[in-house]
Structures are given as C-alpha cells and as structure tokens.
Design a protein around this ligand. Structure first.
Ligand SMILES: NC(=O)c1ccc[n+]([C@@H]2O[C@H](COP(=O)([O-])OP(=O)(O)OC[C@H]3O[C@@H](n4cnc5c(N)ncnc54)[C@H](OP(=O)(O)O)[C@@H]3O)[C@@H](O)[C@H]2O)c1
Length: 242
C-alpha cells in the first residue's frame, strides 16, 4: 500500500492510513462514510457490494471500523449484506430503520455464545414506529427513537454523542448516505475505487433520500489523501466548513 498524496509519497498500511484520531463536534460525533464504488460509479453488483471489494479494501474497511465507536448502516444494507456483530472492532452497530423493516433474524441480533455481555446493537428509528415491529426486536436490539415519519438523523447523532460516542462510521447504503448528505452531517468520505466497470443497473453511492426530497445543495470537500494498492485506489475527502 502506497500513499500517493499528500507528497512526499511513502509506503503505508491500512491501520496507519485509517488514522488520525477524529475530534467530535461540540454537539455531535464526527461522522465518516466508507464506501466502495466501481470506476463507473456503481455501489453494488447484483444487489450487494461483495463484487466490488478486494483484500486491500477489506483491510481498509476493518481499519476504519477500528476508528469508530458506532457503525451506522441503513436497514436495506443490513438486510442485503446479512450484517453480523463487528468481529475485530469494539464498535457498536446501529441500523437506521424508520419503518423497522430490519430483519430481526439477522446474525447481528444473535451474537455468538460468549459475547452475551456485549451491549445490544442499536436500531435507530422514529417516535411513531410500529409497536409490533418494535416488539419483534425486544431483547435483540436497543431502540433509539428520534423524529416522526422519518428518522431525525441529527437528533439521533446527538443522542449517540450523549452516550459517549465520539466517532460514527457510516457504511451506507446509498439511501442513508443521501439523507446524511442532505442534512450536511458527513464530515469525511472514504471512497475505495475498485478497478472494474459494472454498467448502468446499479446505484451510485448516494441515491434517493427516503423522504423524496432531492433538493440537496452541492457540498465542498477537500482532498485528504490518495492511497494505491495494486489497481485499487483509496481516496479520503473531508468537508470544508469555512
Ligand atoms: N458499495 C458500498 O460500499 C455499499 C455500502 C453499503 C451498501 N451498498 C449496497 O447498497 C444497497 C442498499 O442500499 P439502499 O440505498 O437500498 O438502502 P440503505 O441506505 O442501506 O437503507 C435504506 C433504509 O434505511 C432506512 N433509512 C435511511 N435513512 C433514513 C431516514 N432518514 N429515516 C428513516 N429511515 C431511514 C430506511 O429503512 P426502513 O425502510 O426500515 O424505514 C431505508 O429504507 C445494497 O445493494 C448494498 O449492497 C453498497
């Protein structure tokens, strides 16, 4: 793995590249995004991201997880990718699910024996979420409620901050990313460029806010680093807020 920018370039590894320590905002945790996309911008192949990933991408994925206190993920990604408890990270997983469509039988909600003292995963939902769906998660997840109709993402991040969360890593998918970008909550974008094209029938890394509002202004980001490993490129951008 070789850092190409900033200059001078130097050899690096995923653990080093995943740093430095992030500083939370006064009222909410730092929020970083990590996604992998093809050369032509696809965020999935046949409905999952596996076809885009690679050994170096997995190494960076794990190293970024190690920087996080909470891993945030949308319900459709948690369901499609069969989310499970983070193995090599102390981070707690939080699934965003306004309608509680998240599958209560995911491996995430059935930790292996011996990890029963670990805190339950979180499900971030709304004040008016369906009671029956909430009951199906009882004893499997701790619910965080913020907002009516759709999840109040800023409110839920503030809530996580009050629980001691300093850094949140969002792992997608595109719908959750779009909602976070619309609310201008994304401080840092980590993007892996996979060396392949996928074609037209795939989502971009941000697509279609759940509330139907598409009026998201452009946001400026500054280039933080560029790292190459064989044909795979890792690029990090941080939000310019001046
Ligand atoms: N390339 C990558 O790095 C990468 C990473 C992750 C995922 N993916 C791919 O992306 C696809 C899934 O992404 P997706 O866009 O369909 O779904 P998603 O973003 O994973 O999940 C969308 C769901 O999250 C909940 N949600 C998000 N924002 C919300 C808000 N503000 N309020 C209430 N609920 C909210 C809703 O759940 P409810 O319906 O329960 O209300 C919504 O339906 C899969 O193909 C996956 O493989 C790719």
């Amino acid at each position: 793995m070789h850092r190409l920018y900033p200059l001078p370039s130097e050899a690096t590894d995923a653990a080093h590249a995943a740093g430095p320590q992030r500083v939370p905002h006064a009222d909410r945790p730092w929020l970083m995004l990590n996604m992998v996309a093809s050369i032509d911008g696809a965020a999935a192949v046949d409905g999952v991201s596996r076809g885009l990933s690679s050994e170096p991408d997995k190494a960076m994925f794990g190293a970024l997880r190690a920087q996080a206190d909470v891993i945030l993920v949308g319900a459709r990604t948690a369901n499609a990718e069969r989310y499970r408890p983070a193995r090599r990270s102390r981070a707690r997983i939080a699934v965003v699910s306004g309608s509680l469509s998240v599958d209560p039988d995911l491996p995430l909600f059935s930790p292996p024996q011996g990890r029963s003292t670990a805190p339950l995963p979180l499900v971030v939902t709304t004040d008016d979420a369906d009671d029956g769906a909430a009951d199906r998660l009882a004893g499997r997840a701790e619910l965080v409620r913020a907002g009516t109709g759709s999840v109040d993402l800023l409110g839920s991040l503030r809530h996580l901050g009050r629980l001691g969360t300093r850094v949140v890593l969002c792992e997608g998918g595109p719908t959750l990313n779009a909602a976070l970008l619309a609310a201008d909550l994304v401080d840092e974008v980590n993007l892996t460029h996979a060396p392949l094209t996928v074609g037209a029938h795939a989502p971009r890394i941000a697509a279609g806010p759940v509330d139907g509002s598409l009026a998201t202004p452009s946001r400026a980001y500054a280039l933080d680093h560029v790292i190459a490993h064989d044909d795979v490129l890792f690029v990090r951008w941080t939000r310019s807020r001046s």
